[in-house]
Write a new protein. Structure first.
Lengths: 528, 183
């Protein structure tokens, strides 16, 4: 402490450490935010390549390129990589970069823990990826890791389980850090109800994470002991019950989808007011809606298992509770629409992604209501309809807002404007190819095509080909995104401090220079 | 706020949050017995207890009949030929019945099996009371051995009138490997 105190004055002046070690040992929230975002982008392409393998195999009926075991590894790993490697770290990166700047704090509350949570994540994903190269291949029982199938997977199971443990540790450390930062580090005058909505949604998400990730860790630990230590948590022969795993998994798994989508709600609630040149409509109702969604998400899990043979009362409870989530979500959609109403709108790339999010996420929400109907779900269960539904909610709900956030804040981070024409081209290509890929999958599912199967009946051929073509365009379009980001980092038109017209009204980060100095808000700003 | 004050406040909050994390990890494990208790009380999930019910006398209504069906299967590659001597029977609630099941070890080595019962509809589970069952313990088979195994049961007349037919199914699991691993 004394050493820190004596060097206090230089502390404000020194920039980042020189050389490569800067990125290994950094405790600066901006550096760690960048690390998270770059890692997420790399994983986005890794998971994307896996999706390309899946769509290549499904381009035509029959077996073309990969054997079924590897196909199932691809569907499993695609989901795990995209959820835990790409989308969650992307939002963690945004949180690291933006939350201290939004609440007027000098850094995250626990900077060393921050460094650790990033590097644990890297090792967790490497551990998971290593299973791709081992005998017997990567986990292939689906990302839900259901027993008894997953117990037959062989040597990859302990790796997958430890990887989940480490991913959990990483996310929990990051969550604790975010909660402490938001609750303890706000600048004087930055009351809770003055905080940007992005901080609010992340605060609630962080609480969700620390509540449900430990339960998932417990569940996979039980898988491990069942496989290797002779316990019978999920083994019927020993008096256990495989359905218990499904309950434990979805107790985590359902909140998990909101863990992905709530910070996205925060991004959209930040972007739409800026480009509507109006304050957010119904700020406090947004806060309460977010909290209600988080609460409801923890008591509806069994709608993923309507077909396990639940009694009628259970089906009805989970059906009605699930439908209830449509109410706070509806409040949010109404508020976003009302924010745009009579605003002086412009449609730069971030706004395009945000508006597309509102429309397509609502679409995904409606198919969610269809799936929540227990009697109808028996037909949709494990079909491509479900695949289409969760890509409309997770790709649109997860990656579209990340794109919006990156285009929105990239000029602030780098000090350069991105190429608006290319950004808009990226948006339209993504929007078009996303719908080409996933819209037809609804119909495939309704017609009875099951998910996680590498081959299909001949009548599904045309729509699968359309879907695959869409996926190839979608994948290729993201190379354009990579190009735009790299180009913006390397140079380009100088960005102003505000970047967007009157943005300073919408957040403290726009009062800082672009790019912001290495240390910001060493003295707390004054909040009026 | 001074630096050390802030530090203290942060540490306090971190400790509280860490306790939530540890508590939720424990809660994950606590859900295992809680789940069993919940299934036991409500009878959902058709999980059947493995203890024998005590024999007791019920008021018998001879005019009420329920069809009881038997389903037998083996898990995976369990080398047993497993069957009930009858596929279904009419039973009067409150009356005690005895049904024989047979299992033959098709393998040329000894094996140990465990039969796991399940009842459909799930809510009827707790009304089917077994005073004797081969599923209460593991069954050891010598190579090629055939066993006749009885089940003694009674259906509690409290069972809702709306159930006209109940299915009792058994799945035989090969637990030979588990047995040797645990010992």
């Amino acid at each position: 402490m004394t050493a820190a105190a004596t060097t206090h004055d230089e502390y404000h002046d020194h920039g980042p450490a020189k050389g490569f070690m800067r990125w290994i040992v950094t405790t600066n929230h901006k550096d760690i935010g960048t690390l998270y975002l770059v890692f997420a982008l790399v994983m986005f392409f890794v998971g994307g390549i896996m999706a390309m393998v899946i769509r290549m195999e499904l381009f035509e009926p029959g077996m073309q390129f990969v054997d079924p075991q590897f196909f199932n590894s691809m569907t499993t790993m695609h989901a795990l990589v995209m959820v835990f490697g790409a989308v969650m770290p992307a939002f963690a990166g945004l949180a690291n970069w933006m939350i201290p700047m939004m609440i007027g704090a000098p850094d995250m509350a626990l900077p060393r823990l921050n460094n650790m949570s990033f590097w644990v994540l890297v090792f967790a994903v490497l551990l998971l990826a290593s299973t791709l190269f081992m005998e017997g291949g990567a986990p292939a029982a689906g990302w839900t890791l259901y027993p008894p199938l997953v117990l037959q997977g062989g040597n990859n199971l302990p790796f997958a389980v430890f990887s989940v443990h480490l991913l959990g540790v990483s996310s929990i450390l990051a969550s604790i850090n975010i909660i402490v930062t938001i609750l303890n580090m706000r600048a004087p005058g930055m009351t809770m109800m003055k905080m940007p909505l992005f901080c609010w949604t992340w605060l609630i998400t962080a609480f969700l994470l620390i509540a449900v990730l430990p339960v998932f860790a417990a569940a996979v630990t039980m898988l491990l002991t069942d496989a290797h230590f002779g316990t019978s948590f999920f083994d019927a022969a020993g008096g256990g019950d495989p359905v218990l795993y499904q309950h434990l998994f979805w107790f985590f798994g359902h909140p998990e989808v909101y863990i992905i989508v709530l910070p996205a709600f925060g991004v959209v609630s930040t972007v739409i007011p800026t480009f509507s040149r109006k304050p957010l409509f119904g700020y406090s109702s947004m806060v309460y809606a977010t909290a209600s969604i988080a609460f409801l998400s923890m008591i509806v899990w069994a709608h993923h298992q309507f077909t396990v043979g639940m009694p009628l009362a259970g089906e009805l409870y989970f059906m009605y509770a699930t439908m209830l989530i449509a109410v706070p979500t509806g409040v949010k959609v109404l508020n976003w629409t009302a924010t745009m109403w009579k605003g002086s709108l412009t449609f730069e790339t971030p706004m395009l992604f945000a508006v597309a999010f509102v429309v397509l996420f609502t679409f995904g929400g409606f198919t969610g209501v269809m799936l929540s109907l227990a009697p109808a779900d028996f037909q949709y269960h494990d079909s491509y309809f479900v695949v289409a539904h969760f890509h409309y909610t997770l790709v649109v709900g997860g990656t579209f807002p990340v794109f919006a956030a990156v285009y929105y804040w990239l000029p602030k981070w780098t000090g350069h404007m991105y190429n608006e024409k290319l950004g808009q081209l990226h948006f339209w290509l993504t929007l078009f190819s996303f719908n080409l890929t996933f819209l037809v999958q609804h119909f495939l599912g309704l017609a009875g095509m099951p998910r996680r199967i590498p081959d299909y009946a001949i009548q599904f051929a045309d729509f699968n080909m359309i879907s695959s073509i869409g996926a190839f365009i979608l994948g290729a379009s993201q190379l354009l995104f990579l190009y735009i980001v790299v180009q913006t980092i390397r140079g380009g038109e100088k960005a102003t401090d505000e970047v967007w017209e009157d943005a300073a009204k919408h957040g403290l980060e726009w009062t800082l220079p672009s790019p912001p100095p290495y240390h910001t808000f060493a003295t707390a700003p004054e909040i009026k | 706020m001074t630096e050390s004050n802030q530090q203290k406040k942060n540490t306090g909050l971190v400790v509280k949050l860490a306790l939530i994390v540890i508590g939720m990890f424990g809660f994950g494990f606590a859900l295992v017995p809680l789940y069993d208790v919940f299934c036991d009380i409500t009878g959902v999930n058709a999980k059947v207890g493995v203890e024998a019910a005590t024999a007791q006398d019920y008021a018998i209504d001879p005019n009420r009949e329920i069809t009881l069906e038997f389903v037998t299967s083996v898990n995976g590659n369990t080398p047993l030929r497993f069957a009930a001597e009858i596929a279904k029977m009419k039973v009067i609630p409150g009356k005690s019945y005895r049904v024989n099941f047979s299992a033959e070890n098709l393998a040329d080595h000894g094996m140990i099996g465990q039969a796991i019962p399940s009842i459909t509809p799930g809510l009827a589970t707790k009304y089917l009371k077994k005073t004797e069952c081969f599923c209460f313990s593991q069954q050891e088979f010598k190579a090629g051995e055939k066993k006749i195994m009885p089940v003694q049961f009674v259906i509690d007349p409290e069972l809702s009138e709306k159930y006209k037919s109940v299915t009792l199914s058994y799945t035989f699991f090969d637990v030979t490997a588990d047995k040797y691993r645990n010992n």
